[in-house]
Ligand binder design. Structure first.
Ligand SMILES: NC(=O)c1ccc[n+]([C@@H]2O[C@H](COP(=O)([O-])OP(=O)(O)OC[C@H]3O[C@@H](n4cnc5c(N)ncnc54)[C@H](OP(=O)(O)O)[C@@H]3O)[C@@H](O)[C@H]2O)c1
Length: 280
């Protein structure tokens, strides 16, 4: 179904370029827009048709994916307003609610998606949600699911979980990278070469995740399997407990979710102000 559809990517920056590269393989045609010559050239190299004109791109497409920065959203509303009537619009903008997108494009079928950086290797874990008041059909849902499956796995979630998702799934690659670096540095301190420590640890982390997905058990059951009485693991676990690492990691998700909410409120306020100005 998707391979017969034309897609417009409005704002082909870091994430938009991944859409151009991957969706060119899954759909019939990808049009993508940007402002600078440099980005337009990249779009061409990635297999998309570069356009400066957002309106033209949206006119040519069946599905319009918006991937400008949230603060840039008002700058594209007028370009798309008329053109996206009855079309599918997917926003990947962090912190911008379905309500706000519907206000901007009242006659479009509205979806929100939250991919993560692993889209780069076609392993994004993407959340999808949609506005049921905008006549989204079962077929539209299937189409959007297919679209995001081109860059990884897909989870349908209620919009209320989007901020937690952004923290848990969007930021976790960064949190994990930090944790992995810390463990590697520990090995380096004991005298192991960094390269060996990092390569081996990444293998072990990948296998541990596979283990948890295959069996599947509660993470603590796996922990107890490894924890020999009086052995090395329990000494490490005692230190994790003493340093409050678990509570710290729980707080990391809570705090970064709170920050997402804060940013969302500020973004929404600015967008609403700009949209009101445009109306008057
Ligand atoms: N990066 C991620 O991992 C990630 C993950 C999930 C969601 N997101 C969301 O994706 C969106 C984009 O993030 P990003 O990191 O890809 O940002 P980015 O690299 O700054 O990309 C924004 C793109 O929009 C283009 N643009 C700006 N104004 C435009 C306009 N009026 N018309 C057409 N194109 C315009 C820019 O063109 P020029 O290049 O010519 O300036 C740029 O290519 C954000 O809303 C973010 O919340 C990002």
């Amino acid at each position: 179904m998707l391979h017969t559809k034309k897609i417009a990517v409005i704002g082909a920056g870091r994430i938009g370029q991944i859409f151009v590269r991957e969706l060119s393989k899954c759909s019939s045609q990808v049009y993508a827009t940007a402002r600078s010559e440099k980005t337009l050239e990249v779009i061409k190299q990635l297999g998309g048709e570069p356009l400066r004109d957002n309106k033209k791109a949206a006119e040519k497409a069946d599905i319009v994916v918006i991937s400008v920065k949230p603060y840039q959203f008002p700058s594209i509303v007028n370009d798309l307003k008329e053109t996206v009537k009855n079309k599918i619009v997917v926003s990947v903008l962090a912190g911008v609610n379905l309500n706000t997108i519907r206000e901007a494009f009242p006659n479009a079928k509205i979806f929100r998606a939250m991919p993560n950086i692993n889209a780069f290797i076609r392993k994004s874990t993407t959340a999808l949600t949609y506005d049921p008041s905008t006549k989204v059909s079962e077929e539209d849902r299937r189409l959007i699911e297919q679209l995001f499956k081109c860059i990884g796995s897909v989870y349908w979630i209620p919009e209320e979980y989007m901020n937690t998702w952004t923290s848990l799934i969007g930021s976790t690659p960064a949190f994990l990278a930090e944790i992995i670096d810390a463990l590697v540095l520990g090995a380096v301190m004991t005298g192991m070469p960094r390269r060996l420590a990092q390569e081996a640890l990444l293998d072990a982390v990948k296998a541990t995740i596979e283990h948890l997905q295959t069996i599947p058990v509660h993470p603590l059951e796996l922990r107890d399997e490894v924890t020999t009485p009086g052995g090395t693991t329990i000494y490490g676990l005692k230190l994790l407990e003493a340093r409050g690492v678990k509570a710290g990691l729980m707080e990391v998700v809570v705090e970064s979710t709170k920050r997402g909410i804060e940013l969302g409120v500020a973004i929404e306020k600015n967008i609403k102000k700009s949209l009101l100005k445009m109306k008057s």
